[in-house]
Design a protein around this ligand. Structure first.
Ligand SMILES: C[S@@+](CC[C@H](N)C(=O)[O-])C[C@H]1O[C@@H](n2cnc3c(N)ncnc32)[C@H](O)[C@@H]1O
Length: 158
């Protein structure tokens, strides 16, 4: 038999419509992700700045990330290693200048340095750039550069 609940004592949800994911949440797909704006509205309504938000089944970390963005402290927990990875990577702040420097170095190394590989059991030196030499069909840029531009765009708008 269903339990009777007195709904009159429950607060009305602060907002009703879910907005589209922001780039932070679009970076990695997750089946159980809750809409960030509804989560944020609940946090702002039911907790105070600098308060502690506990999410014991935190999944991809929407509650944790929105708590941090709204100046709450947060306790994140999830038994799934993949979820913890998604949450940590989505929450981390990235130094775009350092990222660009690292990416430029990677591109330079791939274009100029040779690396030892085993081909038919023989050791050979090859330039690894050939493994990434696909061009983007839309913009014509090299695949590596296309990935880099996409990553920077996602991070700039997060
Ligand atoms: C529905 S998902 C949570 C989704 C989350 N609210 C979000 O927006 O990403 C439920 C999560 O609970 C985690 N979980 C299930 N049982 C657990 C347990 N005993 N201890 C910790 N986490 C658990 C799962 O790994 C899963 O990520």
């Amino acid at each position: 038999m269903p339990m009777e609940t007195d709904k009159s004592s429950l607060k009305k949800p602060p907002v009703e419509r879910a907005l589209k994911n922001t780039p932070t949440y679009n970076m990695i797909r997750f089946w159980g992700r809750k809409p960030w704006n509804l989560v944020r509205a609940y946090i702002e309504s039911y907790t105070k700045p600098h308060g502690i938000v506990l999410d014991p089944f935190a999944g991809c970390g929407v509650v944790a990330i929105e708590s941090l963005k709204t100046k709450r402290r947060v306790i994140y927990n999830d038994l799934n290693r993949y979820c913890r990875f998604i949450a940590r990577t989505s929450a981390i702040s990235v130094d775009l200048i350092k990222l660009k420097e690292a990416f430029d170095k990677l591109l330079r190394d791939l274009r100029t340095k040779s690396y030892p590989v085993l081909i038919n059991n023989k050791k050979r030196q090859i330039k690894l750039n050939c493994l990434y030499s696909t061009d983007c069909p839309n913009c014509g840029l090299n695949l590596l550069e296309t990935i880099f531009i996409t990553v920077i765009r996602i991070l700039e708008t997060s």
